[in-house]
Write a protein that binds this ligand. Structure first.
Ligand code: AMP
Length: 211
């Protein structure tokens, strides 16, 4: 049976890293709203300002993007399943997404909640380097300069700075965490907690046990 998944977690909990590994290994469609907004921000100063300050893009804009994306990719979603990485992030987004999914005849089966505390989030993100082409994440301490997937030079994300990470973490606590209860109350959706402080392979094993 084709299944659809959501990855929820605070900044630095490894959503992007795990999503990349999972979608490659299990041939799921990967939707990262963060990657899409970073690309759009190259030609949109309002969006750029929101992202670099760590604030959320307004719900209407996010829901609009998702609605178009799902409609344009509905055949693939139904064929392979989709992994939502970084979406939904608010209750409004989740409720609107549910309407879109019902209209298109698709359902969310599993929601993974990745856990990580504030200090770990700061430490990880301050030492993170990313590939701006494919979104792969690396630890600065590994001294890797070029992306192992696409050979692009790695860089630091502009929103990986202490004050901005703090803001992103607080937004997660206030606006995104209520989604846990929302999904917990839906009997047809499995909510699975993943200890995001473990190393990449351990986290991957925790997730794949429930795929
Ligand atoms: P991420 O790569 O998931 O950390 O997202 C980077 C930034 O993109 C966030 O800090 C937000 O500014 C924006 N963003 C990504 N996904 C969403 C979303 N679902 N709702 C609102 N803003 C988002």
């Amino acid at each position: 049976m084709i299944k659809n998944y959501i990855l929820i977690g605070p900044p630095g909990s490894g959503k992007g890293t795990q999503a990349k590994k999972l979608t490659e290994q299990f041939h799921l469609l990967h939707l990262s709203t963060g990657s899409i907004f970073r690309q759009l921000a190259q030609h949109d100063n309002n969006l750029k300002e929101l992202i670099t300050s760590g604030n959320l893009v307004p719900d209407t804009q996010v829901v609009d993007l998702i609605s178009k994306y799902i409609r344009n990719n509905i055949i693939t979603v139904k064929k392979t399943g989709i992994l939502l990485d970084g979406f939904p992030r608010t209750l409004t987004q989740a409720k609107n997404m549910s309407k879109i999914f019902v209209m298109e005849g698709i359902t969310i089966n599993v929601v993974y909640i990745m856990t990580l505390n504030y200090d770990e989030s700061i430490n990880r993100l301050l030492g993170r380097r990313v590939c701006t082409m494919c979104g792969a994440n690396y630890k600065q301490s590994n001294n890797i300069i070029k992306c192992t997937y696409c050979n692009n030079i790695l860089s630091k994300r502009s929103d990986d700075q202490v004050n901005i990470i703090k803001n992103r973490f607080q937004i997660y606590e206030k606006q995104t965490k209520p989604l846990i209860e929302y999904y917990d109350n839906q009997s047809n959706i499995d909510v699975i907690y993943i200890n995001g402080s473990k190393d990449e392979n351990d986290v991957f094993n925790q997730i794949t046990k429930h795929l």
